[in-house]
Design a protein. Structure first.
Length: 223
């Protein structure tokens, strides 16, 4: 279903136009499927948890051609996954233990402002503390990063490494490890999205059981 609505340019969007656009979207949606909202309000059973960047140009549903209700979404600056983020952990716990998602995708995107800021040494503000997590990724892969001289290639590679490390951090949580221990069908993946082409690249970093976790992070689950 794709509502055929007139799209406004960013500079034309106002508070009022957002509300007007909502009504137009509802009307067009009901034309195509009169029971759409009735079915949507009955409950959600998304098969996917998406952990992505807050960047407005990377909307999970649109770039994967899926519908409302298909993807459970968590977004933050530069799609960081850290074990001290209770917001993310709460989303992860609900997704795995209540919604029973089958796939968790950590998706970065080339040209990420947060990643580029982490590559520099300028103070940005409060976000500097958040970007420290990405600087840790640089430190973990310092030898490789030092070999890349081209700034664009260095940024692109860090985007990839940040998504890969984020996926690894998801895998090492007790939430995911306990799910695997009980035989729950669950896979974790790392992707990256290109703003220039609109295409997603699978970074070929996936796991569906604890065998792929570094031994230092493996936990006794008691299962």
């Amino acid at each position: 279903m794709c509502a055929k609505l007139e799209k406004l340019e960013s500079h034309q969007i106002t508070y009022e136009s957002l509300l007007k656009g909502n009504k137009e979207w509802v009307a067009e949606t009901l034309k195509e499927d009169p029971k759409f909202f009735e079915k949507l309000s009955a409950g959600q059973a998304p098969p996917v948890l998406w952990i992505g960047c807050s960047d407005s140009r990377v909307p999970a549903n649109q770039i994967t051609n899926t519908m409302p209700g298909d993807i459970f979404v968590h977004r933050n600056i530069a799609n960081v996954v850290t074990h001290t983020d209770m917001n993310l952990l709460s989303v992860l716990d609900y997704s795995v233990n209540v919604l029973k998602v089958k796939h968790i995708i950590v998706c970065g995107h080339y040209g990420c402002g947060g990643v580029n800021a982490a590559l520099g040494d300028n103070q940005v503000g409060l976000i500097d503390n958040w970007l420290r997590n990405i600087k840790d990724v640089i430190r973990l892969h310092e030898r490789e990063m030092q070999t890349i001289k081209d700034p664009q290639k260095k940024s692109n590679r860090l985007v990839e490494l940040n998504a890969i490390e984020g996926a690894a951090n998801v895998m090492s949580t007790s939430i995911v490890q306990n799910a695997w221990a009980t035989g729950q069908e669950l896979s974790v993946h790392a992707w990256v999205y290109s703003l220039q082409t609109g295409l997603i690249t699978d970074l070929q970093v996936s796991a569906s059981n604890a065998d792929d976790i570094s031994p230092v992070f493996k936990m006794k689950t008691g299962k």
